[in-house]
Each structure stands twice: as C-alpha cells, then as structure tokens.
Design a protein around this ligand. Structure first.
Ligand code: ZN
Length: 334
C-alpha cells in the first residue's frame, strides 16, 4: 500500500494544490478525486482531512501525531464518514444515513468530511439525493468523491465539485505495487511497460495466456541465436496458431521489441535502466556482447516493420518468416 508519506512523491501536483487551498483558506464544499486504481486517492484524502483537522500544522503539513491526526489515521474520527458501494451500487439509504450524520452535532468541533468511495457507483436515486445536499450545504462540511471513472458520474454532480486529476503511476511504483501483490519482479518489470494502470497490470501478470506469451517470446530469442530452421519451426508451432487475434500478435511483437531494447540497454550499460526482462539478464548480456549496435538497430527496425505489416494485413506466416530471417541475419556466421 501507498502511505501518506509517499503521496507527496507520487502526486506532487495534487498535494501542492491541496496545500494551496489550505493556506489560502479556500476549502469548498465538494471535491472530486479522479484517477486510476492505486494512484493514491485514498492517501491524498487522508492528507487533506488531516491537514484541515490537525492541531499543529507546520509548513502546510499535518503533524500526523496529534489526537486529531491519529483519529483520522485510525479511521475513528467522528467528523469523518466514509461510504463504499454496497454490492454493485451505492444506494439511496446509504446517502440518506450519511446526510443525517452530517446534520448531527458531533463530539468533535470543527470541519466535517464525508468520503464517497467509487462515487461513480451511486445509483440515480442516490446521486440525486447527494445533489440536493451539495446544493444546500450545511455548515463546515466537505465532500470528497473518489472515482476511477468520472464520466459515469452525473454532470450536475461534477459541476458542483472541484476536480483533482491524479497522474498515472510512475513505472517504478507500479513495479513495487505488483511485487507487493506477490507478482515476481521479472513479471512486474514486463507488464509495467505495457500499462500504467495497476488493475490492468495485475490482471495481465496473472493471465495464463500472457504468462505463456512471455515464455514463448523469450524462447524464440534463444532459437534466433541458434539456427534459422529452429526458429521457423517454433513460430509455426507456438506463435502462428496461438496468436490469432491481431491484438495478441501485436503484443507478442511488442515483447520481442522490448527484449531487443533490453539488449541495447545492456550493451550500452545504461545506468538505472529498468529492463523488461530482468530474469534474462545473463543471456541478454551475452547476446549484447556478440552484437553490434548496427545489427541491434536493424533487428529492432525489422520488428517495427513486422508490426506495420501486421496492420496492413500481410500474411502472418510470411511476415514472421521474414522477421526470423531478418533477425538472424549475420548470426549464422558468428
Ligand atoms: Zn496533527
């Protein structure tokens, strides 16, 4: 999980916007935090609420230690209410109960907050009820609506909220989060090049066809180093009949391209490069040693050309055969 400390690193713009609102005392009645899963919306919410309730803010940052801060962290602050979808939707009763709570005088003085998680899941009745409340706010109450799909929220609600857009996660953070989900570093490194949506990355990492695709591509690279007959045979067995959908075929070509990009990075010894296939480092270093930049560049161009040909609906067997010949050019004599 992301922590409140790394939210500043991951969403610096959002954090600065929140701090600016706080320092200028411009807190409005409703905010919409929009961003993919895992982009730190909940952590930013906690930061925001703590900042407004903290007893000893320093440099526009909550202390994290005072009673108020601790109550927020533990989820026990009586001024802070959360609602989550009940099954597939957020229902009118949930919003009605929330509004009742908001009107009651709590044990704690000061600002009250309610956080609607997956706000796009509100059904129409619930959304209309919320809208009424947003139109007639009572006292110091602030709503924070969290969503991954703001297009699914009623425009009338959107127009009442100040919109905060959460940036996509940096690749290193995606890798970290995947590793926390028990996905290997190797797999995490590969999928993080294909998507910066954490959900998609998790799905892909655990998709059997994708796991097999990764193996197929890596095996193919081995055969390309050995002999042309073997790689031609292998594509007829493991590639052509398997990747019938253009999307899959293209993705497999992308993985192949990533592999050659890794080899170039290893050859150039580019520091700090997060490669796509860390599990193949030794093998790729060996290929890098036996290749020239010129050849590697030609190989990458050949893959890009195959990708284009795929889009022009060229015969796929032919396309792959040509690619194998192009990739192998020169190796037979090494
Ligand atoms: Zn505090």
């Amino acid at each position: 999980m992301l922590t409140i400390d790394n939210i500043k690193m991951i969403q610096p713009t959002v954090v600065k916007q929140i701090q600016s609102l706080y320092s200028r005392e411009r807190i409005v009645h409703a905010y919409l935090f929009e961003g993919d899963k895992g982009t730190g919306k909940s952590q930013a919410t906690q930061f925001f609420i703590q900042l407004l309730l903290c007893e000893q803010v320093v440099n526009n940052e909550p202390c994290g230690q005072c009673r108020q801060c601790r109550l927020v962290t533990s989820g026990n602050h009586t001024n802070v209410h959360h609602i989550y979808p009940d099954g597939a939707t957020i229902k009118i009763e949930q919003v009605r109960n929330l509004m009742k709570e908001m009107k009651m005088v709590g044990m704690e003085q000061g600002h009250k907050f309610y956080v609607i998680h997956h706000a796009d899941k509100m059904n129409i009745a619930a959304a209309n009820m919320l809208l009424k409340f947003l139109e007639e706010p009572v006292g110091k109450v602030t709503a924070i609506l969290l969503t991954e799909q703001y297009q699914a929220i009623l425009p009338t609600i959107l127009s009442r909220c100040q919109h905060f857009k959460f940036a996509a996660l940096p690749r290193e953070v995606i890798i970290e989060q995947l590793i926390e989900q028990q996905i290997t570093k190797s797999m995490a490194s590969t999928v993080s090049l294909l998507t910066n949506n954490l959900d998609e990355a998790i799905t892909l990492s655990t998709n059997e066809q994708f796991v097999q695709m990764r193996k197929t591509v890596l095996h193919l690279i081995g055969t390309i180093q050995q002999n042309v007959q073997e790689s031609l045979l292998y594509i007829q067995e493991a590639w052509i009949p398997v990747y019938k959908e253009r999307e899959d075929f293209e993705r497999a070509l992308d993985l192949l391209l990533f592999a050659y990009r890794d080899i170039v990075a290893l050859k150039a010894d580019i520091e700090g490069t997060v490669v796509a296939f860390p599990d193949k480092q030794a093998e790729f270093e060996n290929i890098a040693l036996n290749s020239t930049y010129e050849r590697l560049s030609k190989q990458m161009q050949a893959i890009l050309k195959a990708r284009e040909q795929l889009h022009r609906n060229m015969n796929r067997s032919l396309l792959m055969e040509q690619l194998m010949l192009n990739l192998q050019e020169g190796y037979a004599f090494v």
